[in-house]
Design a protein around this ligand. Structure first.
Ligand code: FES
Ligand code: MG
Length: 596
């Protein structure tokens, strides 16, 4: 990367920003556009030199701690842009902080998407560096890059350093889910719980587990939207600053060559992302996010592609929550290129496709074999066979997924290993309408919850919550935890944290709030799950379902803000990416210049 040619300061190509800064037909407007940028020291000569203006979409802030490293990295990005002959202009992205945003950061993905589309369309920006990190910061920006279709490149912020406690690795998110169960079982106290939480987050960076953040950054790289090896470098490592610099240099070349996201975000790229997601034990949130990116890019991707291309792929990466280790070791083992090298050797990828490096993905992967076989398994000796998402359907929903790579031996033994009917079980439904209802009643002895029950969460989808919440990974009642039962089967129309090891059935679409079958379910009903046939049904007869359909639907919480109202009116279901449906008809909006 370092011997990349620096483009000349005066380019042969006319950039869109020149319509603002160098427009002889509208010198009145050009004067107006120029004067205020000069007030912080940029010269008219720079802005009129014909160099590309490179936006840096800044996702870091004090309320986005997972991405805060980008406040520092942007300096190296600027250095790279300047050295390559571009002019950097940094601007804020609407913050998206997974853990802290109530009622859910899912509302922010589409809001940040809309905001970034407006900025890239309406300001004199020729190309953009997308600074990604926390879960939805990656899809939000790639969705916008797809809609605007000006040259774009992803710079991941990178994961935190590995967390350690009492001589053991503690991964962010994963340590919280485990700590909660230990607290409920009376094994640790509040102070210890907070110590574990702090130990799991030892530095700047995003989650160090293969949660949604590491997953989405890995998939951005797999799509071909970042430099090779970018996603896994831990945030505090020197290589992180170095790749920030190289990313800044590279985006200037992409601007000159007019390499747009539409040439990279192809169906082949999305299929490879699905395959990589299975091999890394990636987050279930990849399903709606990839679907949303594909739809904004105008790429045909179907919910059936998850089964058709992902399900048979084995788990190769030994990283929490599906495996043992954390992000530092993943980076040292070679990161995403080493995973993709394995898949490429096995003939699974569609790697003869362009990437932002200027080379094909196949060229990027040359020589990337890992030297750490404890962390990245050979394709022929995986950690688990068939590690992709299992897609389910039935009378409760048309589509839901289950992450098979996190099914524990104990769970498999209890529910999925009955001789003669492997993968088939029945469970008594315990239905909760939202997480307040769950917290209020989960320990109620009257519910009589035992290991023959399935916990069901509804009202947690895009319209119901609103936003769709990570609440389906419900933990069992305290009494069961004390008896050593760590997981019950769960089901819901919401999502779950990518760091959770719960084998939930989730993202159920359509959700109960828009009349999905879940709305008709009652506590006490039997649910039959058949993983062999990909089915999940409530065993309730048609007449009874028709009777229930005439009853009042389950309660839905009130809309609390103007954005929630707009969101609820336009959002689609998780199966199809929970996009703002009205936004999908807009394509390449950066290729037309807005009027003065
Ligand atoms: Fe932000 Fe995990 S909470 S990356
Ligand atoms: Mg999450």
């Amino acid at each position: 990367m370092s011997e990349m040619n620096i483009p000349p300061a005066t380019a042969p190509r006319r950039f869109r920003s020149q319509d603002w800064f160098d427009n002889p037909d509208h010198i009145d407007m050009t004067a107006l556009y120029l004067e205020r940028f000069m007030n912080y020291g940029i010269t008219a000569e720079e802005l009129r030199s014909g160099r590309p203006i490179i936006g840096i979409a800044q996702s870091g802030s004090d309320i986005s701690p997972c991405n805060r490293i980008h406040l520092d990295l942007a300096k190296r990005v600027r250095d790279g842009i300047r050295d390559a002959g571009g002019i950097p202009m940094e601007f804020p992205l609407h913050p998206i902080f997974e853990n802290c945003r109530r009622p859910t950061a899912a509302l922010d993905r589409n809001l940040a998407y809309l905001g970034l589309v407006e900025i890239l369309h309406g300001y004199p920006i020729d190309a953009v560096v997308l600074t990604t990190g926390c879960d939805k910061t990656t899809p939000a920006q790639l969705m916008a890059a797809a809609t605007v279709d000006i040259p774009a490149i992803v710079l991941s912020g990178g994961p935190m350093l590995d967390g350690w406690m009492d001589g053991e690795l503690v991964g962010s998110g994963a340590a919280i889910w485990k700590g909660r169960r230990q607290l409920s079982a009376g094994l640790i106290d509040n102070d210890k719980f907070l110590q574990i939480a702090a130990a799991s987050a030892p530095s700047a960076g995003h989650c160090n587990t293969m949660g949604t953040a590491s997953t989405m950054n890995a998939l951005a790289e797999a799509l071909g939207m970042s430099l090779t090896g970018c996603s896994a470098i831990p945030a505090p490592y020197r290589e992180r600053g170095q790749i920030a610099y190289e990313t800044g240099r590279r985006i200037v070349a992409l601007a000159h060559d007019d390499v747009r996201p539409s040439s990279i975000l192809t169906r082949a790229a999305f299929l490879d992302a699905i395959i990589v997601n299975a091999a890394i034990g990636g987050s279930t949130n990849a399903q709606p996010h990839l679907m949303a990116m594909a739809r904004h890019a105008g790429v045909e991707l179907h919910s059936s592609d998850w089964m058709a291309h992902g399900y048979d792929v084995p788990l190769l990466l030994n990283m929490q929550p599906a495996g043992k280790y954390l992000g530092e070791r993943f980076h040292r083992a070679g990161g995403v290129p080493a995973i993709m090298w394995e898949l490429q050797q096995a003939g699974l990828l569609h790697a003869n496709r362009p990437t932002v490096t200027g080379k094909t993905m196949a060229e990027n992967l040359a020589g990337q074999e890992t030297n750490d076989r404890e962390m990245i398994r050979p394709f022929a000796e995986p950690l688990k066979e068939k590690a992709g998402f299992l897609a389910l359907q039935g009378n409760l929903f048309d589509f839901a997924i289950m992450k098979t790579s996190v099914i524990s031996p104990a769970f498999r033994e209890r529910y999925l290993s009955r001789p003669g009917s492997e993968g088939i079980f029945e469970a008594r439904a315990i239905v909760f309408d939202g997480s307040s209802d769950y917290h209020a009643r989960i320990n109620d002895p009257a519910l009589n919850i035992d290991d023959s029950c399935m916990l069901v969460m509804r009202g947690a989808g895009p319209v119901g919550w609103p936003g769709s919440a990570e609440v389906v990974n419900m933990q069992p009642p305290d009494a069961l935890l004390k008896a050593g039962i760590q997981n019950l089967p769960t089901l819901g129309d919401g999502r779950q944290s990518g760091t959770s090891d719960s084998p939930s059935i989730l993202n159920a679409s359509p959700e109960s709030a828009v009349g999905g079958g879940l709305a008709l379910l009652r506590t006490g009903d039997l649910i039959r799950v058949n993983l062999q046939e990909g089915r999940c049904d409530m065993l309730v007869d048609e007449a009874e379902l028709a009777r229930r359909a005439r009853e009042l639907p389950p309660p839905v919480v009130e809309t609390a803000t103007p954005w929630q109202e707009i969101y609820r009116a336009s959002v689609g279901q998780l199966e199809t990416g929970a996009c703002m449906e009205l936004a999908l008809k807009y394509r390449a909006v950066g290729q037309t210049l807005p009027r003065h």
